[in-house]
Design a protein around this ligand. Structure first.
Ligand code: ZN
Length: 48
């Protein structure tokens, strides 16, 4: 199975078996960016 970043499209990993399947995840830079965005959203929501 191939693992591809859903954000930038970078290939991250290839796992044995199911070689015709593609799984989507986030690479490290995109993951950190997404975590920062979630943090910001959480902070915005805490005041209410
Ligand atoms: Zn990425």
């Amino acid at each position: 199975m191939y693992v591809r970043c859903a954000y930038c499209g970078r290939w991250m990993d290839a796992k044995p078996g199911h070689l015709n399947m593609i799984s989507h995840g986030l690479c490290s830079p995109c993951f950190e960016r997404e975590m920062a965005r979630i943090d910001e959203m959480a902070e915005e929501n805490t005041g209410t």
